[in-house]
Design a protein around this ligand. Sequence first.
Ligand SMILES: *Cc1c(COP(=O)(O)O)cnc(C)c1O
Length: 374
Amino acid sequence: MIKLSQPQIPESAIEKVGDILRSGQLVHGEECNLFEQELAEFLGVKHALVVSNGTVALHLALLALNIGPGDAVIVPDFTFTATANIVEAVGAKAIIVDVDSTSYNLDPHKLQACIEGWQGPETLKAIMPVLEFGNPTHLNAYKEIARQHGLFMIEDAACALGASEQGTMVGTAAEFGCFSFHPRKTLTTGEGGALVTNDSALHEKAMLLRSHGMQRTDKGVEFKCVGLNYRLTNFQGAIGRAILPELNNWIAKRRALAHQYTAQLAPLVAEGQLTLPTIVEEHSVQTYMTVLAGHFNRSDVIAQLRDKQVESNLGAQSMSALGLFDHAYNTQQRYAEGERLYTHGLALPLHEGMCDEDITRVVNALTEVLGHAG
Ligand SMILES: *Cc1c(COP(=O)(O)O)cnc(C)c1O
């Protein structure tokens, strides 16, 4: 079976984890501190905080910005559900804006229209763009729109570590950038995540919130605010540190494989069977998601690919289609792109352990399946 994704854990990390487990220093420790420094350096950002997962990175960002009941935050229609869920979890409303058909990211024109036409009753506080599947497209446009309208911006960069747009590293454009180290992402620590910021006061606030509001001083431990426990373990920190130096090579490999797909799938595109993702420069290609033509039943295609030893899946959800965020604004909109991507998106196998022959096997299998399934 050619797997959709396959986490790579370097042997050096496995040995290091053994050492740490024997040492007894299990919760946030030196490995996490070093991972934070190295991550900040990699991104060219002042502060990085490692946390238990990508969802809680978003949670800490919202809490540090005092976003809660009475507030609204704009999210894209096409994303993983955690993006909208976490806005609702702090008591704010997730306001859904459609994505564009080529980047799968928030459509900047629709984003601007939503902000300019906003009539409440909630106070629009922030935008939470997703750099879907590692695509950095529109990052600088989002930053400019947020700035023009005095809104905070929290990047849900969960699957986009290492991507950049015109010199702006994904995650570093505005108040907060949030990353996930889940096994479906290119750098994984099992569960894990990080939030990064250039704002020292926000960093301080998020750091307190991450660990029970506790601060160690000469007088001992002080409790500064109501906090949570969203720390990463020290052995997970060691795994992250072992992978980070490999990340750019892995991304380059993924990009080369993605270009192979794009070349080999061209005949199917010409026949109108499917459309392909745009692999822009500095895309980190966490997922290669094609979109099947409307007449295909995706479940059938996935099942037939599985029979041919190729694993595939849908890409992400449409927030509006889930029916969990039926606020007045959201129910008055149409989300044609998000829904098309949700019902017809087909993610193909992509990981740095694959070779060109694997790509050819997937393309041959897909060509046969679409030839019969149409
Ligand atoms: C993976 C992902 C998340 C959630 O990250 P976890 O580490 O699984 O909590 C959130 N948003 C997006 C866009 C993701 O891809």
